[in-house]
Design a protein around this ligand. Sequence first.
Ligand code: ATP
Length: 262
Amino acid sequence: MSADLSDSVLLALANVESAYGPIKAIRGVSLQVKRGQIATVLGSNGAGKSSILKTISGIIDPRRGTIEFKGQSIGGADPALIVRMGLSHVPEGREVFPLLSVRDNLLMGAYTRSDRDGVARDMEMVYGYFPILKERAAQDAGLLSGGQQQMLAISRALMAQPELILLDEPSLGLSPKLTKEIFEIVVRINRERGTTILLVEQNANMALNAADYGYVLENGRIVMEDTCDRLREKEDIKEFYLGMKEAGVRGERRWKKKKTWR
Ligand code: ATP
């Protein structure tokens, strides 16, 4: 990586492959996330979106390829070390600790930190973004609604003071209204705190509106990348991911027949 690239590229994957036993999940993925950016990976069910995030955060080991975060190789590194380096993962399905209070869940996010004043300040910071969490601070996290648990999962990641957040399918199971609210706050966090975000989503509309740059993943491979403004204008994206006008059955049939992207 050249000197000026390493200044702006926070995360770089080159030819990364990973698998679950014999099942290949990602097949030679290369992508870059620039500092301060929201990048998104779009793809349908089973395309390998979650597996990319799990491979970056060290939950599964890459079989091939390189992963660099802040210019340092993290492929196959201990997940706890990766968190300490400034990379937090908000997994699909949130995975909050249901029997711990909202407050204790947040403190779990700060387990690598010893600056108590800073932790207290950041607790107020996340309550500022998600006031409902302050109201429910003493309540068990398992009693929160799905949307509130998503807010808690994002907040818990923020408590680690990450430079990069990997955000897996934040819209999952949420109403359109709540999804919109959460996306707006994710964008605010990015703009106000400068936190870089790599978002994977099936809700292409929301993701393309929120993100700066996008990758399209199909069967474990990146088949297209561009700025989100340009991706939104591409016919394939309109038809297959945004469900626009003529999309429907015709679009899907064309999609299945097609071998290459334009
Ligand atoms: P979704 O949006 O449905 O979560 P995805 O794009 O995130 O899909 P992945 O969950 O990354 O896709 O799955 C990629 C491939 O790996 C799929 O073929 C899936 O069946 C397989 N896979 C995922 N998790 C496992 C696992 N724990 N064991 C075996 N195979 C898995």
